[in-house]
Design a protein around this ligand. Structure first.
Ligand code: KIV
Length: 267
């Protein structure tokens, strides 16, 4: 598997070239240095220090209680174990409600080791995205099921299922790309919609429950190892479960990467 050998340090340019060459991007969440080291040996391109740590590390029901200090702490931990992956960190709930606040908070995450920050939301974030990118902070947008808005959405449900909401997501994606985002994440949206939007964008897209046409895939590390005690989403896969023939964590992660790369995951 050549993609595991001599892997160079991953940058935005690497991700863009993957999109052009139709090479899939493998992303996993991670919250500490030990797992970061394993991910570095497993062929993952992007490590997401996700605010899902609120669920899988802290035991909360939502990501809303996660704070800036939590995100700074976990970004610094992952950074210490990282040598070559691009580190993408979630900006937590209420930390980016205007461009100036977003800049102050995003700067702290960059200083802790992040290479890019992720913001949940559409059109309303265009000014903030522009404000951050012209000041040297790369941004990833998160559209579709945005867990920080769970109480507005009325639960963790599939999004963009009506024509109007699908058109809105398409509009959001194009506007945000114009505003400067470098990467876009789609969560729990119809697969044909993510395919249509992915084809219109020049930047890479990463999907979770959004179909195989995205330029890459992301899952929550604890879900693929079956060590999350809550209910894992139906679009996830436990690579340590019987039948996958993996007896080690590293083996399970490598299988996930391989299945993203060869298109076997998602099915
Ligand atoms: O926080 C997180 O882990 C995420 C993923 C669900 C994409 O945003």
């Amino acid at each position: 598997m050549t993609y595991l050998a001599n892997q160079a340090k991953i940058t935005i340019n690497t991700l863009n070239s993957y999109k052009k060459e139709k090479q899939k991007i493998a992303v996993l969440t991670c919250y500490d240095a030990s797992f970061a080291k394993i991910l570095n040996l497993s062929g993952v391109e992007i490590i997401l220090i996700g605010d899902s740590l609120g669920n899988v590390v802290q035991g909360h029901a939502t990501t809303i209680p996660v704070t800036m200090s939590d995100m700074i702490y976990h970004t610094a931990c992952v950074n210490r174990g990282n040598t070559k992956c691009l580190l993408l960190t979630d900006m937590p709930f209420a930390s980016y409600n205007n461009p100036e606040t977003a800049y102050v908070n995003a700067s702290k995450l960059m200083q802790a080791g992040a290479h890019m920050v992720k913001l949940e939301g559409g059109e309303w974030l265009a000014d903030t995205v522009n404000y951050l990118t012209i000041r040297g902070i790369p941004v990833c947008s998160h559209l579709g099921l945005t867990p920080q808005s769970v109480h507005i959405l009325g639960g963790f449900k599939k999004q963009a299922i009506t024509i109007d909401s699908a058109l809105q997501l398409e509009k959001d994606a194009l506007l945000l790309e114009q505003a400067g985002v470098c990467l876009m994440l789609f969560e729990a949206i119809p697969h044909d919609l993510s395919a249509i939007v992915t084809n219109q964008l020049n930047i890479p897209t990463i999907g979770i429950g959004a179909g195989k046409e995205c330029d890459g895939q992301v899952l929550v590390l604890n879900d693929i190892l079956g060590i999350f005690t809550g209910k894992a989403p139906s679009f996830s896969k436990n690579y340590l479960a019987e039948g996958n023939n993996n007896s080690t964590i590293e083996g399970a992660i490598k299988q996930y990467v391989e299945e993203v790369k060869n298109g076997k995951f998602p099915e």
